[in-house]
Write a protein that binds this ligand. Sequence first.
Ligand SMILES: *Cc1c(COP(=O)(O)O)cnc(C)c1O
Length: 635
Amino acid sequence: MSLYSIKMRASAAKKHISGSEKIVPSNQIAPCVDQLVRRGMSHSKGEPDQLSVKITKIEEASVLSFDALPVRTVEVDDHHAGLDEIRKFIRSLNISRADEIIALLSETYAMRGAMLLDVDTLERLEPDRERGVRATCMDAQRTILPPEMEKNHFAEAIVLATKVAHAPNIIGELCISDDPEYVTGYAASLETGYLRITKLKPRGSENGGRIFLYRGGRQEVDKTISFLQEQPVIVKNIPPLSPPGPPRDKFAFLDEALQNIRDNHLYRSLKTIQSAQSANVRYQGKDMLMLASNDYLDMSCVDEVKAYAAQILQQYGTGSGGSRLITGNTDIHERLEEKLAAFKHTEAALVFNTGYVANLATITSLMGKGDVIFSDELNHASIIDGCRLSRADIVVYKHNDMDDLERKLRENPCAKGMIVSDAVFSMDGDILNLPRFVRLADQYHLLSMVDEAHSTGVIGRTGRGIVEYYGSTCAPDVLMGTLSKSVGSEGGFVCGSRKLIEYLINRARGFIFSTSLSPVTMAASLKALEYIEEHPERVHALQENIRFFCGCLQQKGLDVHSETAIIPILVGDEQKAVEVSQALFDAGFFISAIRYPTVEKGSARLRAALMATHTRAQLQAAADAIAGILREKEI
Ligand SMILES: *Cc1c(COP(=O)(O)O)cnc(C)c1O
């Protein structure tokens, strides 16, 4: 059966009111004309004084057929935000003059057709500037004509946009409707698809227009125009017409996720402490024994530390005013870094705003695409995030298993890479096999990086961490740590060679693009490190407490071992762990339950964290309570 193009156009006083077109088989001409005429006669803009219908036979063989562009709706708050989306779209096409192109839209308001714009020179290429170039001779594919051929902006726009996107040398299209009630417009290209932008003009405005974005030679303009105006196109698979409908609840995913978390007994909430962070705290109006703090040496409450921080507060004020490279570098910052380097026996040190940022910034600046990072499966989240963000290949090896690490090093040869590990693992409290770790890194010419968050101030004869623990016989290339745990303050740090620190200052984004910590915080860390150096008995008291507490629990028949301030007491089931922790809270012991996703599913545990200032009597009472409740709950 032959195909026909049917075009209807209605006007009043020579002004366009409405127009529409279809491509139909010959047996559908009559009903189609009927509907188009009715539509032309009943437009909201008024009754026409002229209505024409033009019926033209087209060669079926000449018809091209395309799949509709995929549609993506971009919800925007107002038309300014909508135009921002257009700007982004234009830039995504590698066009630099987005703002000028958007401004040109206003020149198309009075045109029947579209502007044909050379996107590089901004020359207008349409032969008739008043009329513009029209894309015609296209329709949606349908087997039978729908009974109600309602005007549907959306479907018609997709048909047009799909045809235009396939025109030679057209790289994109911008469109705002001139219908005052229709504020949704679009940007479209073959690459991006059809971006339906919910607001592109204020309601009530008749300012609509269209630009075809052209990139190509002048001699090909005619070919483009002829495709747009004459090439018959049928568009298939138009997505279901989605009327605006009731607005979806854009927050629904939050409710679903939270419910899911609750259903799995993984819901977390904040606990409010109403006192200083020390061995004894006030929580919900009750005095509790703190067995969950990382302030292992109880440094945040040492008088000398507080007094020095207060003095610096008076002298320097509260904030640093800028990043380290701009205004935020004081002599206190530099003194702290000198102290850190001396404390860890390295050439130099650099302070970051948190340990988390130190890991992110250090790993991402040292490693990149094509490099390989070998990472312990139980490494801290900040190491994992740093590895991911670096875009290096990540090879995860079994926890503290140097044989597995060696196997993976052999299997994954690389030109540049790093091995990274916690020194003391934050959930299990066990200690990295540093000598073998460093040997393997050297043997395979990889950087070695160790996170000393839980080893600084805790292990080693004078609390200097993992290097001292192993008798200072070996040291990693990158020694990272935090000031927020046993130093009792805030901030992260990296210790290493002068060259490494110089590199980080110049490359670590987390260092460069963040306001530095206040001199007050630096002063607290500085004085705390001095204090730890001058009072090794504080470290010894912590180490004695660890031995004593583990002994108490072992006497109660619990299989508990640790050389560090982190003492895991395995429970297993997530819900049971929460119940045990709750019972301990009720009994006055502040002790955390650690669950998935912090640890593996089914390996939920109590995580007791000891402090140098816990007394033997307190630790004995805590051990008794823990053993009692575990027995009661049959764990
Ligand atoms: C706490 C911790 C960090 C993060 O340090 P913050 O200073 O708290 O940001 C990094 N690594 C490990 C192993 C940690 O336990």
